[in-house]
Design a protein around this ligand. Structure first.
Ligand code: ADP
Length: 266
């Protein structure tokens, strides 16, 4: 039996796609446009980082692409399936089967062991884990001797590795990571980034990661830069240095224009 990721890899197109993606919070004069007609293709089997100042729309973009949030206008596809317009139940199933999440705060269940946490989404879905795949994920993440430990008995880095294994367990079509290194010391952060990189290179997964850290973004194949709800730039083969320079340049450009895009006086 093929996994959902394999079935949908047959689509050949991008792992996710948005056209005219617009998200506004509130209405009338107090409305905030978090995403302003964004067009984006997330390449399959690649590692994409999303960067931008606080409030630029990174989390909103991720939530809309993952079907965690509704859109105000525009269309979003996950693989070949348009998710805008799906009913909540269909969306829940699609997320469960085809998307993995890694959050800054690990989000592990404290009363479950690492092994139980890893297979929890599959258990909830009533799906049997692919034992061979799971073994590979556990070994890749170096969790073999930690499987019976509960989260409180693990370091932050180990907990995030468990969260990565949980995201990978269903062999999803797409993994979204929201500041996955935000709560980790630099060594554990590098380790987790190495595993996300490995998930792409060795396991053929697709990863989208929101980050503030140029060093983390440098592990990606492509960096998308957001400002004021728009993708304003992108960079292939990033390094920490080139990402930092680009951020500074974008910051200066925004300073000249003002955050709302209007030219500032003086
Ligand atoms: P980032 O992840 O880049 O920090 P967000 O996507 O969280 O940016 O936010 C983009 C904009 O949308 C910000 O101006 C933020 O204040 C606003 N926003 C986000 N979520 C909500 C919400 N639930 N209600 C109202 N405004 C929101």
């Amino acid at each position: 039996m093929s996994t959902p990721a394999e079935q949908h890899a047959a689509d050949g197109g991008p792992a996710a796609r948005a056209r005219g993606l617009t998200k506004a919070y509130g209405s009338g004069e107090t409305a905030v446009v978090a995403l302003d007609a964004v067009d984006v293709d997330i390449a399959r089997g690649r590692f994409t980082a999303v960067m931008g100042p606080s409030g630029s729309g990174k989390s909103t973009l991720m939530h809309c692409l993952a079907g965690l949030d509704t859109v105000s206008a525009g269309r979003v596809w996950l693989g070949g399936t348009e998710i805008t317009g799906l009913r909540e139940r269909e969306l829940t199933r699609l997320r469960r089967d085809r998307v993995g999440f890694v959050f800054q705060s690990f989000n592990l269940i404290p009363t479950l062991t690492a092994a139980e946490n890893i297979t929890l989404p599959l258990d909830i879905a009533g799906r049997k884990p692919d034992a061979q795949w799971l073994d590979r994920v556990i070994d890749t993440l170096g969790l073999r001797d930690r499987l019976e430990h509960r989260p409180a008995e693990l370091s932050g880095g180990q907990q995030q590795r468990v969260a990565c294994a949980r995201a990978l367990a269903s062999r999803p079509e797409l993994i979204f990571a929201d500041e996955p290194t935000g709560n980790l010391d630099s060594r554990s952060g590098r380790e987790v980034l190495g595993f996300l990189r490995g998930a792409v290179d060795d396991l053929g997964q697709t990863v989208v990661m929101v980050t503030h850290d140029p060093g983390a973004a440098a592990r990606a194949d492509l960096v998308l830069f957001l400002a004021d709800g728009r993708i304003v730039d992108e960079m292939a083969e990033p390094t920490a240095q080139t990402v930092l320079e680009r951020l500074k340049r974008l910051d200066r450009a925004r300073g000249r224009l003002g955050a709302d895009g209007g030219v500032q006086e003086g």
